[in-house]
Every structure is written in structure tokens, then in C-alpha cells.
Design a protein around this ligand. Structure first.
Ligand code: MN
Length: 231
């Protein structure tokens, strides 16, 4: 292929216990998927159909990365999330077959410029710049299903400088992983390398320069992110 400029490098996430990497295609995120978080965002935690937004694939960063405090925000938030990685694509996937499409699971942090997101929400505008900015998707090493199965319970926790800010159980998800995969696949064809960030529990809050943010999920290890100075 005779490109007019070099194509972007392939974005990847780590695999636990391996030097192989997972090429990332898209990052789907679900909104308000824990009842207590929906309430803290001023919304009713009902069973209205789930809604999704995306981050660009190149928003991923590895465990242990220092992220510069992002521009154009004064309310930069953490969101602890379980991440599912699609290994086998498909469309119109029935719920009972959904888990066959998952390659593995890991720990993620849906970093958010909350002030931009809420302003967009008020104005009925897209969330992209509040959610899909540079380095907005730290993702820890992915554990293959062969090693960890399909986590549907277990503690999800986030600390900032050692202080617990979020703590919940994966069993509290409003929409389960099979329901999310099935719903998404009826809207777009899922492909290998698609990541699904499955929503955050209550307790979201700000990060500032110098903070160390650690997300942990039982059985899936820790994801540490350091916040550096503004670039
Ligand atoms: Mn989120």
C-alpha cells in the first residue's frame, strides 16, 4: 500500500503472564451500570435499555503509566471498571451465546473530564470530548477466560493515594456482560479486539497532579495510574 503518510501504530493492551499483546479495535463503554452510581449522577437506576459511548482505540495506556493532567478540565475523574475483551466477532449474538465471544477480562479506568461530560449532557451534545480524550483508558493486563472464567461477582475497588473511594461487587451490575454483548452486537458487528468497559460503581471523584490511583478487581489484579503535571 502506498500511503500518503505512515499509518497509526496498532494500539494494544497487555496479556497477563505473557509477552503477547491484544490489538485493540474499538472501546465501547456503557453508561450508568451500577444503581448507586446512576443515583449519584442524578439519574434513575432503572432498566431502560443500556446506552453506550466509545473511546478511540489509541486512548488505551498500560498499567503503571503516568498520565499528564488533561487539558480543558478542572474536574478530572476516575471510574473503576471491569473490562471484557472480545476475541471472536459476531452480530445479533443471542445472550446465551455471548460469553463464547469473550477472550478475557481485565481492570480498567474510564477517565473522564466530568465538567465537559456534564456540560455536554445538559446541552444534549455528544460526550466524546469528556470521555474519549488522549490516554483516557488505562487498562491492566488481560486475563484469558481459560484462566479466570467469566467473573460475575467479586470486589471491584478503587483507591486514590491509598484511600478507598469506590468499592462494590461485580454482582451489582445492572446489565450483565452477556446482556451488554448481545445488545451491542444487535447494533454493530463486534470484532476481535473490541473492548467493553462495563460501567463504574458509586463514589466517582477527582484526581489531581501527584495522585496515585489504583483499581483492583478480585482475581484480575491491580491497575495503577499516576497523575502528572499538565503538559
Ligand atoms: Mn464509565
Amino acid at each position: 500500500m502506498n500511503y500518503v503518510f505512515d499509518p497509526a501504530p496498532i494500539s494494544t493492551v497487555a496479556v497477563h503472564g505473557s509477552d503477547k499483546r491484544i490489538p485493540v479495535r474499538r472501546i465501547f463503554c456503557i453508561g450508568r451500570n451500577y444503581a448507586a452510581h446512576a443515583r449519584e449522577m442524578g439519574k434513575d437506576p432503572d432498566r431502560d435499555p443500556p446506552f453506550f459511548f466509545l473511546k478511540p482505540a489509541d486512548a488505551v495506556v498500560d498499567d503503571g503509566t503516568t498520565i499528564p493532567y488533561p487539558p480543558q478540565t478542572e474536574n478530572f475523574h476516575f471510574e473503576a471498571e471491569l473490562v471484557a475483551v472480545i476475541g471472536i466477532g459476531g452480530k445479533n449474538i443471542p445472550e446465551e451465546k455471548s460469553l463464547d465471544h469473550v477472550w478475557g477480562y481485565g481492570v480498567g479506568n474510564d477517565l473522564t473530564r466530568r465538567d465537559l461530560q456534564l456540560k455536554a449532557r445538559e446541552q444534549g451534545r455528544p460526550w466524546d470530548l469528556g470521555k474519549g480524550f488522549d490516554r483516557s483508558a488505562p487498562v491492566g493486563p488481560i486475563f484469558p477466560v481459560a484462566a479466570v472464567g467469566h467473573p460475575d461477582k467479586g470486589t471491584i475497588k478503587l483507591t486514590v493515594n491509598g484511600e478507598v473511594k469506590q468499592e462494590a461487587d461485580l454482582a451489582d451490575l445492572i446489565w450483565s456482560i452477556p446482556e451488554m454483548i448481545s445488545t451491542l452486537s444487535h447494533s454493530m458487528e463486534l470484532r476481535p479486539g473490541d473492548l467493553i468497559m462495563t460501567g463504574t460503581p458509586a463514589g466517582v471523584g477527582p484526581l489531581v497532579e501527584g495522585d496515585t490511583c489504583v483499581v483492583s478487581i478480585e482475581g484480575l489484579g491491580d491497575l495503577t495510574t499516576y497523575i502528572g503535571p499538565k503538559e
